[in-house]
Design a protein. Sequence first.
Length: 259
Amino acid sequence: MSPAMEPAEGSHLDALAYLECALGLLGSVLLKLVRSAYGRYASPRPACRVPARAAWALQELPSLAVPLWVCARTAAERLRHAPNRVLLAMFLVHYAQRSLIFPLLIRGGKPMPLYTCTLAFMFCVYNGYLQSRYLSQYAVYADDWVTDPRFLLGFCLWLIGMLINIHSDHILRNLRKPGETGYKIPRGGLFEYVTAANYFGEVVEWCGYALASWSVQGGAFAAFTFCILVSRAQQHHQWYLEKFEDYPKFRKIIIPFLL
Ligand SMILES: NC(=O)c1ccc[n+]([C@@H]2O[C@H](COP(=O)([O-])OP(=O)(O)OC[C@H]3O[C@@H](n4cnc5c(N)ncnc54)[C@H](OP(=O)(O)O)[C@@H]3O)[C@@H](O)[C@H]2O)c1
């Protein structure tokens, strides 16, 4: 979509989007060299760590707060248009769930290293600003964009992906009885096909958002999510195979029947 005003800032937003893609690629290379440092891989040595619930709420909150701040502090010209409003709402709905509901539901989650929490916080500020500034000030859509097949397919993928993500996180959570902190083999839902069903849902969700927004900014977020979550899913897959002798060998890593 073409920028509506101030093309200089519009091209800055494009540059930020390309940088986000590069950060995703860099993150996936780093995650191949060193294991991601939270959850089951967190060092048992005492370090500066934040309790899981507080960490998830704090680090994800900027994805909700920054867009609200962006839209409140300037006249959000483009939000007069339905496609821009719906796309921003898609982003906010996900992060309302992730920052306000998901942390309360965590069961026995491992404390998060402070530096991981800080990196996630910085990413959420960055991406929250990028998506909301683009949608509220620059993205120009035809008023009938919400009936365009790209938008409709993207919206359906976003919704299905979010439902898969929430359902799969629910399955993982319920593997533990209250007070337990150990790990079991996940069963049911898309876990019958892949190790990282929750990540699969998240990737489908942001690919749907990217398609519906038809923008470099949306595509960059989907690409970043793909790079990071495929790497972490590969680590989880290897970890299950090593830890559980009876782990189902036919399960794929993240994409059913494919990867
Ligand atoms: N958009 C992005 O780039 C991005 C990046 C990261 C995460 N996320 C999303 O954030 C959510 C959480 O991510 P995550 O990396 O923490 O997911 P995860 O490693 O699958 O863990 C999710 C939760 O389930 C628990 N758990 C996982 N496997 C378990 C098992 N086999 N038995 C018992 N409990 C188990 C974990 O406990 P422990 O903490 O004790 O391991 C944690 O509380 C996911 O929905 C993911 O899609 C998104």
